[in-house]
Design a binder for this molecule. Structure first.
Ligand SMILES: *[C@@H]1O[C@H](CO)[C@@H](O)[C@H](O)[C@H]1NC(C)=O
Ligand SMILES: [Ca+2]
Length: 320
């Protein structure tokens, strides 16, 4: 019986393996060896500080004020997909490093700009792996931080808020200077966006975020860009693999003219200048207040007792 179960599990896992490999989309994927014949890469264009070696694509070196990007040249006609991205972020900085990289699925491609080396007012989906917090003072999460952002071209990326007003969801994750391989997966199936990470060397996907009700058009482009400013890091892309999750024979609505929309956005994070005292700090203030009241009461009681005793003594003295 146990043996039968084991066999079924084995058969399923073999099948799943076969399935994903079968649906790898060559024209949207980037794997070693990168170069085709000569210096050009089939299906991909690069710009800025990007350097292609045999074993990685370095979007930025660990130097200040660099930005680089690599863009797929074939628009994506797949409705349901999963992008698996192997990356490496490394550098000399111990406490100060930045700024991070962005995985894009956008209408426009190969346009440099201020958002992780790419253009602002983007139209599409962006998954940021933000290694440096631009927020001064208290904020509600640690960096590096992965977040999913959506824009229809109307909103400006706000650097002071790390773009959180465009954010659908996010998660904290440690991804820097690691010895093992690091991966991020973006899964978009049936209007549900999910992001997973494999960054702990355990060879398994850990859920990072999940957002239902996300509508993305077809015909956009995949890209990865990175930027350094005053702070820096090597931002390396190792591989980009796109798997189709469309079922054969499945019917799809025409999404070629759709603008990206989402039902839920996260509440924007407070700006540094209008941060209210955080909950722990408020609790601390309340605690101090009650402590003060308690001390007052204790002093009053001690004072009362002392007064009563000295009054008693005086009374006693009068009697003798
Ligand atoms: C773009 O999104 C904003 C809100 O996020 C919305 O107010 C606006 O109507 C949208 N624009 C279009 C053309 O749909
Ligand atoms: Ca940032």
């Amino acid at each position: 019986m146990n043996f039968l179960l084991l066999f079924i599990q084995f058969a399923i896992s073999v099948h799943a393996e076969w399935n994903t490999k079968d649906f790898l989309k060559r024209e949207h994927s980037l794997v070693k060896p990168y170069q085709g014949s000569g210096v050009t890469m089939p299906y991909w264009d690069f710009m800025g500080s990007t350097v292609i070696t045999n074993s990685y694509i370095r979007l930025t070196p660990d130097l200040q004020s660099k930005s680089g990007a690599i863009w797929n040249s074939v628009p994506c006609k797949v409705h349901n997909w999963e992008a698996q991205v192997q990356f490496k972020v490394s550098g000399k900085g111990k406490d100060l490093f930045g700024d991070g990289f962005m995985i894009w699925y956008t209408k426009d491609r190969m346009e440099g700009g201020p958002v992780f080396g790419s253009k602002d007012f983007f139209t599409g989906l962006a998954i940021s792996v933000d290694t440096y917090s631009n927020q001064n003072g208290p904020h509600n999460h640690q960096h590096p931080y992965i977040s999913a952002m959506l824009n229809n071209g109307s909103k400006k990326y706000d650097h002071d808020k790390d773009g959180t007003h465009l954010q659908l969801a996010g998660c904290e994750t440690k991804i820097r200077n690691l010895k093992h391989d690091t991966f991020i997966a973006i899964n978009y199936e049936n209007d549900v966006l999910k992001v997973f990470t494999d960054v702990e060397g355990k060879n398994g996907w850990k859920p990072c975020l999940e957002v239902p009700g996300v509508k993305l058009p077809t015909g956009y482009y995949f890209g990865v860009s990175a930027v350094t400013g005053e702070l820096s890091d090597n931002h390396d892309l190792i591989s980009f693999k796109l798997y189709s999750k469309d079922m054969p024979g499945q019917e799809f609505e025409d999404r070629s003219d759709l603008l990206p929309t989402a039902e839920f956005f996260e509440a924007p994070r407070d700006r540094a200048e209008d941060v209210k005292p955080s909950a722990p700090f408020r609790r601390f203030l309340t605690f101090i207040f009650y402590l003060f009241i308690a001390l007052l009461v204790i002093c009053a009681i001690i004072g009362g007792i002392w007064y009563y005793q000295s009054w008693n003594e005086k009374k006693a003295k009068r009697f003798y």
